[in-house]
Design a protein around this ligand. Structure first.
Ligand SMILES: [Zn+2]
Length: 405
């Protein structure tokens, strides 16, 4: 009997050569599960080459084989292919955006460490290898003066970089210090001096003018010490606000996080107006928004055991606007995502998604700010397509003012 069952297992394993294990998040949970799936629209019975996507290794232009000896790579390629197909279907069927149908087959690069070069597609192999991220590449061609043998021409691409475990201390040196901490630290020294001066003043009052002082010395002291302690706490907490600084070690295998795949695909779709060569809080927030609606989870980019320990982003974060949110270094924060999510909750899913998608046409990639250009673009788009423009714009004004704009 045992042999018989084993036999069946083997037969089903080999007869389903085109089934692959991919990552899935179920219901409203951020946990990940593995499931067996067949891939859609494949043009090959042996390689990851389909009508819409071709998955290649590093700089190669040949698709990865299903039986590649590196089975980790096969799993990653399958996961990327599967979630890109889902993202494409979701744009077409749920959002009624048909641009994906007009794209030629997209090349998706796995494990690539080269930086992108607008002049030659890939920078030199040994130059500054990159890990732990993914990016979308605009189409291009080498300029005329480049020697013929180095000629290259490429369409839009998505690149997934390898995972590398790095200490967050190292990252801090790479990225520069967290700007919120810097601002607070600059504030801290004068603030402490001011507090100590105030306490000294109070002490003098208590010692020499006791009859004129209403509060007790102990109460003053407690309050001042409390304020100093709080300022330290805020500085420390601000470091923790930045997802990258949460853990001692950081790693992110972008090809195994479904929402990262949706995010990169969204960059491609939005790139008719929001250029892929710019990573600003507005540009990243728009890609996050479409990744979030495709994931339909309470938080996005949640951890994937063994593949990513990055901190998730929260579309329901209701933090107040701060001018620091416009800073390029805050492009990875979830602030813009949460403002766009408010728009969705104010206007309803269908109109909200449409308004946000259409509003990209009114944004200049390089210079668009959140507080001025993005809000203006959303309000103007609402004037054009909301069912009751006057009422809906009023609702949006109220929503924005609740966020401190
Ligand atoms: Zn991005």
């Amino acid at each position: 009997m045992k042999y018989f069952i084993l036999g069946i297992l083997f037969i089903s394993h080999f007869s389903n050569a085109e089934e692959f294990k991919v990552i899935e998040r179920r219901d409203n949970s951020t946990k990940t599960y593995y499931k067996q799936v067949k891939l859609k629209d494949l043009l090959s019975a042996t390689h990851f080459e389909g009508k819409y996507f071709k998955i290649v290794y590093k700089k190669s232009n040949e698709p990865i084989a299903f039986n590649d000896p590196d089975q980790d790579l096969v799993q990653k390629a399958a996961n990327v292919y599967y979630h890109l197909s889902n993202a494409k279907d979701s744009w077409i069927n749920s959002l009624q955006v048909h641009t994906p149908e007009t794209y030629p087959q997209l090349t998706i690069r796995m494990e690539i460490t080269n930086t992108f070069s607008e002049l030659g597609h890939f920078s030199h192999d040994n130059l500054n290898p990159q890990y732990n991220n993914a990016l979308s590449i605009p189409a291009g061609e080498t300029p005329e003066w480049v020697p013929v043998e180095k000629y290259d021409r490429w369409g839009k691409e998505i690149w997934f970089r390898p995972k590398k475990v790095v200490s967050t201390k190292e990252l801090e040196n790479d990225l520069g210090p967290n700007p919120v901490s810097v601002a607070l630290k600059q504030m801290q020294a004068p603030f402490i001096n001011y507090t100590i001066n105030r306490f000294n003043h109070s002490l003098i009052n208590h010692l020499f003018y006791a009859d004129q002082v209403t509060s007790s010395l102990r109460a003053d002291f407690t309050r001042f010490i409390g304020t100093i302690a709080l300022s330290y706490f805020v500085v420390d907490a601000s470091r923790r606000l930045d997802p990258l600084f949460m853990e001692k070690w950081f790693y992110l295998d972008t090809s195994m996080v479904p929402e990262v795949i949706y995010h990169e695909y969204a960059h491609l779709i939005l790139s008719d107006y929001l250029e892929m060569s710019h990573s600003t809080p507005v540009v990243e927030g728009y890609a996050d928004y479409f990744a979030a609606i495709m994931s339909e989870k309470k938080v996005v980019y949640a951890k994937v055991p063994g593949h990513s320990n990055a901190q998730p982003k929260d579309p329901h974060n209701d933090r107040f606007y701060h001018h620091m949110d416009e800073h390029k270094s805050r492009a990875t924060s979830d602030f813009v995502l949460s403002v766009l999510w408010d728009v969705r909750e104010t206007l309803g899913k269908e109109i909200g998604d449409r308004v946000i998608y259409e509003s990209r046409k009114k944004l200049n990639t390089k210079t668009a700010t959140i507080s001025h250009h993005m809000l203006k673009a959303i309000l103007e788009t609402c004037s054009e397509i909301c069912p009751s423009p006057r009422r809906d714009r009023l609702k949006l004004y109220q929503t924005f003012s609740k966020r401190g704009f």
